[in-house]
Ligand binder design. Structure first.
Ligand SMILES: Nc1nc2c(ncn2[C@@H]2O[C@H](COP(=O)(O)OP(=O)(O)O)[C@@H](O)[C@H]2O)c(=O)[nH]1
Ligand SMILES: [Mg+2]
Length: 470
């Protein structure tokens, strides 16, 4: 994108295209007021000037023909108290394909240019109203599918992440400037250098306590943040006929997958979702893993294995009413590398083996629950268990801490690596330029989180995820 264009005025339809109660057209840039004046007529007929931050009732007219295009409410908001920090005009019109398209074309004819995806928010960023972590929070808010995800995004939008990053950066800067002072002293006045070293040790402790420790903590929150933003993925796995599809249907509370007494019914991966403690849970039902599958089933099993790779948690079902077979072992081999829960299903029927047998054969730290997919109370118990273990506890940690996304996590990792290299040098008394360089590297990484360095490719990548009109 060409940044000279920041001088121009952009416009877009900000509401979803289609029939609806209200459609919104946004205009931002130096010509916004001029465009509005050409197109808008007050209801009163008077040639009133548009006051900033007031709603005006009237019509959009075609300036060439004087024809009325729509009845609207129009707001003019003067810079800098706006979303983009530029002059902004918002036209609330009726929502329909023809009317929105007509007004947008008139706005363009009056001198505005159709905006690129995310260009309004990009301007808010480039004009310094928000930092990059806040811009990313805007996407997160739009994409939030659950209340928890929304809460997190709002915390980041408020600037919580930014203030933490800024305080870390500040501490690093202090140590860095100490190093520079130390290098000078060491050369000139040896006695003062000793004093300096003492002060310096103190700062190093501060660096460990106030930056390195919380930074490492923040990195640990990434997985939970991903779960919040993208939801939790559960995958139901087991040999044929153990009750995977029955469990899927019971979890969803609807008949999503076909359940039959014949093994090998589910041949493809079936996916749906439900909410668990305010978090979106994606659940996948898969083809049963068996010894001698036919061709279609083989493809299904391959997909099953792929789904296991995607899972946050694997729900491994075993039929407790029939003896264990080599197929159960086969499933064990497929899931043992993942985080899984063992579900001994069909517990409404007499058990065919004791619990110790499961422990003995499939020993591991995985939790084990006895359920019947046919008993609603068991499914409730399963949901409570899943919510407690995989949602509530991780969420509690997220509430009080900053939670990076993938891009931010990468920056934090780089920063952490540079900090520990610096720490090692400093600890061994090497207060030289090398340590200063490592601190500098870590500081740059933190600044990248906030987007201080104007990296055009990075901005393109982030803002292209937005819709047009945001
Ligand atoms: N008694 C009993 N039967 C069950 C239970 N869960 C599933 N079934 C039955 O087991 C058969 C296979 O179930 P299905 O869900 O299709 O298993 P899948 O092949 O693993 O998907 C069907 O006849 C179900 O009605 C259960 O908890 N108790
Ligand atoms: Mg099935």
């Amino acid at each position: 994108m060409d940044f000279r264009l920041l001088q121009d005025t952009i416009c877009a339809i900000a509401t979803p295209i289609g029939e609806g109660g209200i459609g919104l057209i946004k205009i931002s840039g130096p010509d916004a007021l001029n465009v509005a004046t050409q197109l808008f007529r007050h209801r009163s007929g008077a040639d009133k000037t548009l006051e900033s931050h007031r709603l005006n009732y009237g019509w959009i007219i075609n300036p060439d023909t004087r024809e009325i295009v729509d009845e609207v409410l129009l707001a003019y908001m003067a810079a800098p108290g706006t979303y983009t920090r530029e002059d902004v005009v918002e036209i609330n019109c009726h929502s329909g394909y023809a009317v929105l398209d007509r007004i947008l074309r008139l706005v363009v004819a009056c001198g505005a240019r159709p905006a690129e995806p995310g260009e309004f928010t990009r301007r808010a960023f480039l004009n310094g109203r928000i930092d990059l972590s806040q811009a990313e929070a805007v996407i997160d808010i739009i994409r939030s599918r659950s209340e928890q995800a929304l809460l997190l995004a709002n915390r980041h939008l408020r600037g919580d992440f930014r203030s933490v990053i800024e305080s870390w950066r500040e501490t690093i800067l202090q140590v860095q400037s100490r190093i520079e002072a130390f290098i000078d002293f060491a050369e000139d006045i040896p006695e003062e250098a000793e004093q300096e070293e003492h002060a310096f040790r103190f700062l190093l402790d501060e660096l460990r306590r106030d930056v390195m420790l919380p930074l490492t903590e923040a990195l640990l929150r990434y997985g939970e943040g991903r779960m919040l933003r993208e939801g939790l993925t559960l995958v139901l796995v087991g040999k044929p006929n153990v009750g995977k599809s029955s469990t899927l249907n019971a979890l969803l509370g609807k008949d999503r997958a076909i359940v039959t007494a014949a093994p090998g019914t589910t041949r493809d991966v079936i996916e749906d979702s439900f909410l668990l403690s305010g978090v979106q849970v994606r659940v996948l039902d898969t083809a049963g893993i068996r010894n001698q599958p036919d061709e279609i089933e083989s493809c299904g099993i391959e997909r099953t294995l792929r789904s296991v790779g995607e899972a946050d948690v694997v729900l491994w079902l075993i039929d407790h009413s029939r003896p264990l077979t080599s197929e159960d072992h086969k499933v064990y081999d497929a899931v043992r590398g993942s985080r899984y829960v063992v579900l001994l299903n069909k517990s409404d029927l007499p058990p065919a083996f004791g619990l110790e047998k499961v422990h003995e054969k499939f020993a591991g730290p995985a939790p084990l629950l006895r359920i019947s997919a046919k008993a609603p109370s068991d499914i409730e118990r399963l949901k409570t268990f899943l919510a407690e273990t995989f949602v509530r506890k991780p969420l509690e940690r997220c509430r009080s801490e900053i939670v990076p996304n993938l891009r931010q996590k990468r920056c934090l990792e780089e920063a952490a690596a540079a900090l520990s290299r610096a720490e090692e040098l400093l600890d061994s008394g090497a207060y030289g330029e090398l340590a200063g360089f490592e601190l500098q590297t870590s500081r740059k990484q933190l600044e990248a989180i906030l987007g201080w360095e104007n990296d055009g490719d990075l901005l393109d990548r982030i803002f292209s995820q937005f819709c047009v009109g945001k």
